[in-house]
Design a protein around this ligand. Structure first.
Ligand SMILES: [Mn+2]
Length: 167
């Protein structure tokens, strides 16, 4: 099981609390950008993080690919692929990189969907939720045979009832 969060927008404590809670439970923790923290912040030890459009620090990568639990995971903030307009551009990139899962942030709304077998996952925002689900949230991802379980959680680490998926 791994953890995905995004768009914490200066809220350092929320990253810290999720990290503490999952340190011994998760095989990896991802942050999809817009933390607005320095890339040298020690909070990033043990977290895979990328640059968001609000991150000026040049120490962040625009995207990373990491293998977790035998799955190839692409992480980017998504703004460079115009994810606000849909997943078409990001899907070209993810398919070219031959990944199993493509993580992104930027839109501050949960997305969990497969396109040509690749799972596209937006964990929502832990600080500034937008759209239909006005809940600060993150996502847990766990491989279940050929499918992937995506469980969105609120900041009390409780499952959000209508955001539980087996894809
Ligand atoms: Mn943002």
């Amino acid at each position: 099981m791994f953890v995905v969060m995004s768009d914490s927008h200066t809220d350092r404590r929320v990253i810290e609390s999720i990290k503490e809670y999952y340190q011994d439970k998760a095989t990896a923790i991802f942050h999809c950008g817009d933390s607005e923290l320095p890339s040298s912040d020690p909070i990033w030890e043990g977290i895979t993080v990328v640059a968001g459009n609000c991150d000026d620090d040049e120490g962040y990568h625009d995207f990373l690919i990491k293998e977790v639990e035998q799955q190839r995971i692409l992480i980017s903030h998504g703004h460079l692929f115009y994810v606000g307009l849909g997943l078409e551009r990001y899907s070209y990139f993810a398919e070219e990189k031959n990944v199993d899962i493509a993580l992104f942030g930027h839109i501050h709304q949960p997305v969990a969907q497969r396109i040509n077998q690749i799972l596209y996952l937006n964990p929502g925002s832990v600080a500034q939720p937008r759209g239909a689900h006005q809940t600060k949230m993150y996502a847990l991802v766990e491989k279940k045979g050929k499918k992937i379980e995506v469980s969105y959680r609120n900041l009390n680490h409780e499952p959000i009832p209508d955001l539980q998926f087996l894809l």
